[in-house]
Design a protein around this ligand. Structure first.
Ligand SMILES: NC(=O)c1ccc[n+]([C@@H]2O[C@H](COP(=O)([O-])OP(=O)(O)OC[C@H]3O[C@@H](n4cnc5c(N)ncnc54)[C@H](O)[C@@H]3O)[C@@H](O)[C@H]2O)c1
Ligand SMILES: O=c1ccn([C@@H]2O[C@H](COP(=O)(O)OP(=O)(O)O[C@H]3O[C@H](CO)[C@@H](O)[C@H](O)[C@H]3O)[C@@H](O)[C@H]2O)c(=O)[nH]1
Length: 477
């Protein structure tokens, strides 16, 4: 008979976009549990303990402030938090490897391994270790080996997989009311008991019918599968957007018509300049690598095509901008509205805006960037690449950042909508038009603006998934 653990102390290793919000909500919903979030990065922890949190997420700040210092703590004392906890979440980054075997595709598990070794080194009692990070299938097995080989003899560890499905920008809403919480465990009495302990934590606010338990490997793979399916939908509609532009069909109308089929559904069918974010590119690459490792090249090619379509979309959009502006951007002022990878976040990881900005720089354009949430230092970091433009002073000659949309648009030849921020829909475009060079172009990479109203003002408008002013010119039956 395995004794049931009733969790009283949680430690989360990794105070990032997942660890921070996820643990904050656990602290909010479980006042009887003390939650300590630890990180190796002292600046990040200091920011979590300040009035200026390290990440922007609607609703997060109020909850952090209500619980910080009561049952929610942010600390750099990793060992102490590990020793005291009954349950430890591993929520560290799992980026794509940039060198060595699997470079460009495989997940780099060095941070997961470092945490696992730390847990083994300092734990003095039984621990439930929860994989929160997105990891390749069977990572739990490697963690088990490391723990068993390094921990003091006789100490028991139960490993669970509980991947996180929150999306940035809606993290708090997703955590308060998730579609499901997934918990994978080994099919042993200890594994089931550990899973039950985590089910109990979530049952404080999530309906039990939504807390799904599966085997460990299914849980790990489900996370990669979910992101692959989501990204595939975007690449599918983006592939359609190219056909729409060439034929005169409207991609929003097509998406609406297709999405009304209840078997398909309407969500995640918004055409765009391509998906960004820290997860889709990385997790699909990880899946492609897994397929190759399993000697499944056809399956690998299938999933890789979702990524290829995304690259194609970004390139295609940038080419459309150049072609529409009389095939040259040299010394023209191009204003990017939005730099984050989606609305309601200041995160720029894999943002398509970075890619299009680089294309425009190659065309010798002058670029001005306005984003309501992305810090300036992040933009400079994203646009300076070692070996390409590692000199920020050089970069500043052709790129500038503004903190007001109207100021950013002043004197511009074109506005390029890169992020679907709500505020871009409600700007005074008459005012913007007056201050711009003529012809004044708007390139809507997010299908968020009223194209007809803009055209009435005098803009030349090119929208993703709709044919522009050269409607169907090159297309004949
Ligand atoms: N960002 C998302 O929306 C999201 C959603 C679901 C799942 N995920 C997955 O969750 C994981 C974390 O993602 P994130 O966006 O929060 O990453 P992040 O980079 O924002 O945060 C990770 C944190 O872990 C810390 N860290 C790394 N190694 C450490 C160590 N050995 N000890 C202590 N701290 C350490 C880093 O300093 C960093 O602050 C990834 O696997 C990601 O794929 C992310
Ligand atoms: O119809 C759509 C929906 C999204 N996007 C773009 O796709 C990217 C990703 O958006 P989203 O999925 O909303 O944000 P993420 O925070 O990246 O969340 C994804 O990645 C997370 C990390 O794994 C998962 O937890 C989430 O479930 C999954 O949605 C962004 O650039 C969006 O603009 C589109 O272009 N069209």
């Amino acid at each position: 008979m395995v004794e049931q653990v009733h969790v009283k102390k949680i430690c989360c290793i990794g105070a990032g976009y997942v660890g921070g919000p996820t643990m904050t909500v656990i602290a909010e919903k479980c006042p009887h549990i003390t939650v300590t979030i630890v990180d190796v990065n002292p600046h990040r922890i200091a920011a979590w303990n300040s009035d200026d949190l390290p990440i922007y997420e609607p609703g997060l700040e109020d909850i952090v402030k209500a619980h910080r210092g009561t049952n929610l703590f942010f600390s750099t004392d990793i060992d102490k938090a590990i020793i005291e906890a009954d349950m430890i979440f591993v929520s560290v980054n799992t980026p794509t490897k940039t060198q060595g075997l699997g470079k460009g595709f495989a997940a780099d598990l060095k941070y997961v391994e470092a945490c696992t070794r730390r847990i083994a080194a300092v734990a003095q009692s039984h621990k439930i270790v929860v994989e929160k990070s997105t990891v390749p299938c069977r990572t739990a097995s490697s963690m088990r080996y490391i723990l068993e080989a390094n921990a003091r003899p006789g100490l028991r560890f139960d490993i669970l997989s509980s991947p996180e499905f929150l999306a940035e920008g809606s993290a708090i809403r997703d955590l308060h009311d998730p579609d499901r919480v997934l918990i994978g465990n080994l099919d042993t009495p200890e594994g089931h008991a550990a899973a039950q302990a985590l089910v109990e934590v979530y049952a404080n606010w999530v309906d039990r019918s939504k807390v799904v338990t599966t085997g460990l490997w299914s849980s790990e793979l489900s996370k990669l599968a979910a992101n692959a399916f989501l990204a595939q939908r975007i690449s599918s509609i983006n592939a359609m957007s190219a056909i729409c532009e060439a034929t005169g069909a409207d991609v929003d109308e097509v998406a609406h018509a297709v999405g009304l089929d209840t078997r398909i559904g309407s969500k995640f069918l918004k055409a765009s300049i391509g998906f960004g974010g820290s997860c889709f590119q990385k997790d699909l690459s990880n899946l492609v690598y897994l397929c190759h490792s399993l000697h499944l090249p056809e399956v690998a090619t299938y999933w890789k095509s979702v990524l290829d379509m995304n690259d194609f979309q970004k390139r295609r959009f940038a080419q459309r901008v150049v072609a529409s502006m009389f095939s040259t951007l040299t010394d023209k002022k191009i204003t990017l509205f939005g730099f984050a990878f989606k609305n309601n976040t200041g995160d720029t990881r894999e943002s398509p805006a970075i890619t299009v900005a680089k294309y425009f720089r190659e065309e010798r354009a002058n670029i001005t960037i306005y984003d309501p949430k992305v810090p300036d230092r992040q933009v400079w970091l994203d646009l300076t690449e070692p070996g390409v433009v590692d000199d920020e002073i050089e970069l500043r000659k052709t790129v500038s950042i503004k903190h007001d949309a109207y100021e950013a648009a002043e004197g511009a030849d074109a506005i390029v909508i890169c992020t679907d921020w709500e505020e871009f829909k409600n700007l005074d475009y008459e005012r913007i038009y007056k201050g711009m060079g003529k012809p004044a172009f708007v390139f809507d990479g997010r299908l968020i603006l009223d194209e007809k109203a803009l055209k009435k003002i005098g803009f030349r408008v090119e929208t993703i998934g709709r044919s522009g002013d050269n409607v169907g010119q090159e297309y004949r039956f």
